[in-house]
Design a binder for this molecule. Structure first.
Ligand code: HIF
Length: 293
């Protein structure tokens, strides 16, 4: 089988300071538009966009992934499983107008890294070099995961990226951020009371709350707990499978281990399929708070 080659070619002449400027523009815009989605702000939907723009990856032919920035095309963004992400691309459009030299793949992934750090997540090294490709490189719909799946569905799904059980559990911890919306996905509610603070509480909630499988207003089955928080079937699968459960317990007990493992798998997700030359240094950005000091 022929494999698509995605060679990183960073924007010419740009340094850490240039990318930190973009980080700051995104972070400042998040602050000034913090009322979005009943006060959740844009952070979660930016993390989700970074993931969906990487989620088309297939290790078998190295197609899809974040490289080409193809989420900017209707052909990709119109997948019903991506409903709601137009809010994230609209948020980032003016950032791209401010920095037109930045590729869309770099913009979408940097948006996620910025949001993650500003919401209290781990410091996440990021490498530039994605290059816009044309609409002909958009894979057919069908590469995004469905929320109805069980543990073997989740395991099989992430095998397409080459992720193991430990990596899958760590990654799924990002469902502490934001919420599900009936009008987007047909699911309803947040995963936690705090929708915009990154922490290991996703795992604590999975283990400690009393979950009931119920039909929501869109007739989809979801797990609900007191206080109006929820889990998707794919989230709940992590406590139903003993191999996953082991890591759920570990991350619930050890926030540092979660932060470090999450950072590693999130970077891997955002860089899947891209060849980076050794000379391309990972960039580590300061949060807005750190820059005040
Ligand atoms: Fe999500 N995800 N995700 N997800 N996701 C939703 C929302 C968010 C899946 C389904 C959904 C990951 C994996 C999976 C975020 C981040 C990540 C929604 C609700 C659904 C249905 C959308 C809506 O109604 O607005 C499935 C089936 C996944 C594989 C098992 C990642 C690991 C957790 C990779 C990931 O990072 C974020 C953030 C949101 C919240 C968006 C918001 O607008 O608040």
């Amino acid at each position: 089988q022929t494999k698509t080659l995605h060679i990183a070619r960073p924007e010419k002449g740009k340094t850490l300071a240039d990318f930190q400027n973009i980080y700051n523009s995104i972070a400042e815009k998040m602050k000034s538009e913090s009322a979005y989605d009943d006060g959740t702000g844009y952070g979660p939907v930016l993390v989700r966009l970074s993931w969906h723009s990487s989620a088309t990856y297939d290790k078998n032919d190295n197609s899809g992934g974040s490289y080409g920035g193809t989420f900017r095309f209707k052909k990709e963004a119109s997948d019903v499983l991506s409903k709601g992400l137009e809010n994230a691309t609209k948020f980032l459009d003016p950032i791209h107008s401010e920095y037109p030299w930045l590729s869309h793949g770099d913009l979408y992934t940097l948006g996620g890294v910025t949001a993650l750090q500003e919401l209290g997540g781990p410091k996440t090294p990021w490498r530039p070099g994605r290059v816009d490709t044309g609409p002909e490189t958009v894979p057919a719909h069908g590469r995004l995961p469905i929320p109805e799946g069980n543990a073997s569905y989740v395991r099989n799904y992430y095998d397409r990226f080459g992720f193991n059980d430990q990596e899958v559990v760590a990654l799924l911890g990002a469902h502490i951020l934001g919420k599900t919306h009936l009008k987007n996905s047909g699911y309803d509610g947040p995963w936690d009371d705090d929708t915009n603070i990154f922490s290991n509480e996703f795992f604590g909630n999975l283990l400690e709350r009393k979950w009931t499988l119920e039909k929501n207003a869109a007739s989809n089955m979801q797990y609900n707990a007191k206080g109006g928080i929820m889990m998707l079937p794919t989230d709940y699968a992590l406590v139903q499978d003993p191999k996953y459960l082991k890591y759920v317990k570990k991350y619930a007990d050890d926030q540092d281990a979660f932060f470090s493992d999450f950072r590693d798998i999130y970077v891997k997700l955002l860089e899947r399929g891209i060849s980076f030359d050794d000379s391309i240094e990972p960039l580590v950005f300061k949060t807005l708070k750190e820059q005040l000091k």
